[in-house]
Write a protein that binds this ligand. Structure first.
Ligand code: IMP
Length: 420
């Protein structure tokens, strides 16, 4: 069965934990978009990891982990990540990299910084070179992983790309490294990555046709989708489930299940509208109790109440068959819990989509629910939860119109309540 796991908010919802949870029974996990901007935090018997590029199925030695064609890869950073995993005793042999995935190169990282400096309104990117790498991909200047196989060809392509970058951004000459430095680093990374690079389509096709369990691991969430998110404060790829087909190489009709991952509240890193953001003690409570600091950049995350318009919007765009409600434990101790049901703007109540510059001005309309004080991190069944916590979960699924099948009450795999 093909099962997509996608972000229902601004990213950081806990997709890593849930993919790790589902991966125990997966034959294959495929990352289909994004790159090292991801920070999928996983806590399991091997320790605590923040995966950036490697699919979250890597901890199961029987799971083939694919970096699909829609992903962009910084080779040196990927090698570092593989080393960290190997040092913790985890085999990375089952990693397969699409020959069509694009390279993120040092000049993309430079360009990301440069563009953030000169922009009128900063996006607040992770400065990992993701946007510039996708720009080159669509501009047909990009270089694919498979091009590394033929050294002579690769060098020619890279020289051309480097020359063009310097022509477009002369400032790069002074502050970024030389071509030869980049070449040397790439050659070292190439040694490690070469055995993993291949045409992934036959492998993926075989897995789908033989009805294996295939997990599609999204990065970020619908609100940062290039087309449907709060443009321009978005990433440069499409996290929504429709893109799994493109980025993994799977027919849309093969996708049977889409699990939307949402926190029990909302967080975001980076700039742009976030109507339910809190700048008060409740916001602090969520940040402290939730450990809300970026896994890739360490930035404190912006925190706020749950936002139903974005969940309903995502339910349409992604076609959720079920939801996982994460970090319910973080809400313990709040007297009351508010949930945004719509946005007041120009005398009307709106739903999404709204253009970012209008959403900036929107005032959330709230429902207020009673909170609970009990620690729920040891609850293992839905009926163990305090009545108000159960009511909160039921309220969310009623409002979104999608069953909440999983409730997460802590970072460990075992801290996951499955509802039948
Ligand atoms: P970029 O993907 O680095 O270009 O950043 C674009 C937007 O997506 C910015 O708002 C980032 O903060 C946000 N973003 C990128 N990756 C992540 C992530 O893994 N978690 C949360 N936000 C992210």
């Amino acid at each position: 069965m093909v099962h997509a796991v996608v972000g229902a908010q601004f990213g950081d919802e806990g997709k890593g934990k849930m993919v790790d949870y589902f991966a125990v029974q997966a034959d294959m996990v495929i990352r289909y978009q994004g790159g090292g901007n991801a920070g999928h935090t996983i806590v399991n018997e091997y320790g605590k990891f923040a995966l950036h590029l490697v699919p979250s199925g890597i901890f199961n030695p029987k799971t083939v982990c694919v970096l699909g064609t829609g992903v962009v890869i910084h080779p040196m950073n990927l090698v570092k990540e593989l080393r960290t995993l190997q040092e913790a005793g985890i085999s990375t042999d089952q990693l397969v990299i699409s020959e069509r995935a694009h390279l993120v190169l040092p000049y993309h990282v430079w360009q990301d910084r440069y563009e953030e400096q000169v922009r009128f309104a900063k996006v607040g990117t992770t400065l990992q070179g993701i946007g510039p790498a996708y720009q080159d991909k669509t501009g047909r200047f990009g270089i694919q992983m498979g091009e590394m196989l033929d050294l002579e060809h690769f060098r020619r392509r890279l020289e051309e790309a480097f020359r063009l970058k310097l022509e477009k951004m002369p400032g790069m000459r002074e502050t970024s490294g030389s071509f030869e430095e980049m070449w040397e680093e790439l050659m070292a990374a190439r040694e490690v990555l070469l055995p993993h690079i291949r045409d992934t389509l036959p492998l993926v096709r075989q897995a789908v046709e033989s009805r294996q369990n295939v997990l599609l691991e999204g990065q970020l969430g619908v609100m940062r989708d290039l087309d449907w998110g709060v443009y321009p404060f978005v990433t440069s790829s499409n996290p929504i489930s429709g893109f799994t087909s493109v980025g993994a190489g799977i027919p849309p009709t093969a996708i049977r299940r889409v699990t939307g991952i949402t926190k029990a509240y909302t967080t975001a890193v980076g700039e742009g509208p976030f109507p339910t953001e809190l700048h008060d003690a409740v916001g602090e409570h969520l940040r402290d109790r939730g450990g809300e600091y970026g896994a890739t950049t360490g930035r404190p995350r912006r925190c706020g109440w749950l936002d139903l318009p974005s969940l309903r919007y995502g339910a349409w765009l992604n076609g959720y068959t079920d939801l996982a409600l994460m970090k319910l434990d973080v809400l313990s101790g709040l007297e009351e819990i508010r949930v945004c049901t719509g946005y007041a703007l120009d005398g009307q109540v709106h739903d999404l989509p709204l253009p970012a510059h209008r959403l900036e001005k929107a005032v959330p309309v709230y429902d207020t629910l009673p909170g609970w004080h009990e620690d729920v991190s040891n609850c293992r069944s839905f009926h163990d939860l305090p009545a108000n916590a159960q009511a909160y979960v039921q309220y969310v699924e009623r409002q979104v119109g999608v069953p909440v099948k999983y409730v997460s009450v802590g970072p460990e795999r075992s801290q996951t309540i499955v509802r039948s």
